[in-house]
Design a protein around this ligand. Sequence first.
Ligand code: DHB
Ligand code: FE
Length: 280
Amino acid sequence: MGEVIAGVGVSHIPALGAAMEVGQEGPAGTVFATFEPVREWVERLDLDTLIVIYNDHASAFSLELYPTFAIGAAASYAPADEGYGARDVPDCEGDVDLSWHLIDSVIPEGFDLAICQQLDVDHGFTVPLTVLYGRPQEWPVRVVPIAVNVVQQPTPSAQRCFDLGRAIGRAIASFPENRRVGVVGTGGMSHQLQGQRAGHINQDFDHRFLAGIADNPASLTSLSNRDYIREAGSEGAELVMWLVMRGAMSETVKVAYSGYHVPVSNTGAGVIALESLLAQ
Ligand code: DHB
Ligand code: FE
């Protein structure tokens, strides 16, 4: 049986991935130290597969073709060339059987994901792997990518993202083989990279989000996409992907770790590590 062991919400800041890629670490008080505890934690969990909920930043998709939700069903995923060469990280091995089980489960439930048997994954996907696992020769887990459109308006609502997560959680529980699954929601926290509010960071909102996601996700799913853009910035709206992750987990969860750091790049950099508590 598949089991959701853990969930992670984590920013996917390219500059942080680049710094970690060349081995930069740092003492207490730095952004590196903020993320470091998650590595030990995730290693202890000994996961088989990560389902990574991420957004493509017009790398594999373009404004000519933007699926609202998409799922990978490939044997491997290469890092995307985002215009300056692909990141120097290993390809990711796909968990093809779990991909098709998710497809066969969630589409009949009404979540019409586009099926991708070829998919390059950009920093939205690969930077969180670097944050979680550092610089291995091979990634120690297999993966299932699930892409959410947060680029081309209108984007799916926070509630819809959470409901997709619930369907993913049910699908994992009905998988006939044993799998220790982690679900990762990437992106955020608050940031806006464009327009008049470029540079917008809202630390109060980010802290409210970190506090709410474990024990009160309804306080976050009730927000509209306008609320997300107003509070967290146009790219801070990536946070809805953390709600897919939260939806896939048990109703009650334990917060194993949470961290937040400003300033780094243009973004409120955050991470939360959650463990499932099965209903008693
Ligand atoms: C940054 C953050 C993002 O989420 C992204 O996709 C690109 C850049 C940043 O903080 O620089
Ligand atoms: Fe992003």
